[in-house]
Design a protein around this ligand. Sequence first.
Ligand SMILES: [Ca+2]
Ligand SMILES: [Ca+2]
Length: 375
Amino acid sequence: MSFCISRLLKNSQDTQAAQKGADARQATEQMRLFQQLVRRGTALGYPRCGYQTQGSILLYVVWAVVILSVFASSVGSQALFALNLSERLSDELQAEYIARGATHYAALTLQRDTTPSFDGLNDVWVNPSSGFHQHPLAGGWFTIKDTSHSGEDQRYGLADEERRINLNTAPIEVLQELMEIIGALSPEEATAISQAIGDWRDEDDQQRPLGAEGFYYRSLRKAYDCKNGPFENVEELLLVKGLSRELYRSLEPYVTVYGSGRMNLNTASPVVLRTLGLSEAGVRGILDFRQGEDQQDRTEDDRPLSSLGAIESELKSYVPQEDIVRLMRLSQEFLTIRSEAFRMEIEAAYGGPSGHVQGICIIDRQGRVKLWSVL
Ligand SMILES: [Ca+2]
Ligand SMILES: [Ca+2]
């Protein structure tokens, strides 16, 4: 028994001694590894222990803070830029929607026309009290300017396209007068250009005596085909034989491709009325009739013709008989007293300077946008 006990004690002492030896070896190994790591770390540029190492760590921390600050500043700048851009786009977008609202407002004004079967210069869509100037909408505003008036005082409202000469439907004789009166061309030059316009828009290749068809246009150094179809825009005039840029600039305010194709006797300006081949007395007589007792346009006593059938009965006291005959003849295909398309300059604003939109717009009587051209 005692042998067994002493044997067990000895085994236990041996085991403890062996454990101590193993712990010592493990500690030695760990120290060796630590020293190795320190040497490797130093070789790789890691700091050594001590004050120098602590200073280096502080330096690294400062650098890290600086780099993070620069990064944060960069992110902040980008965020600010994105925010400004977003606000700018937002203002611009809002202004565009307000401009779109202006077209709806114009269409609603047309629906309030108390004389929808005929149109004159005292209709609600030309009335300055119809709220066309700086009309508030959705935190911004819009203005609808009358583009037909070139005087110093700005007028507000719509201008019908039928007060202009339609390039697709005007008789050649009217185009010739247009070239002579507004284009200041000689009768020969006016005849040649009006015939060239006729050839450009008609479907055939039969050339008028002074006109031009495909043969002429294909022989040009920069050749192109004759349209042989209706003008899609007034700029197309520049493709027609003999029509210079200077002549185009003088014609542009008086011609159109929009609307019914007819000229409105109630709204056409004196110079446009003259292209009908009327005498001076005839043009003066139409204006006298239209303007009423006060002899001014756009006032309550204006007297627009209410039907083409009333030309003779209404105008005979004002217009020479030969002009009446001419008007009645032209009324069959080219004249009207009602308009279908309306032009306006829209200015819309919202928020900052970027929230500003300005353009020329043409709508039809139902409010459909036919043209939107940014200025
Ligand atoms: Ca009307
Ligand atoms: Ca032709």
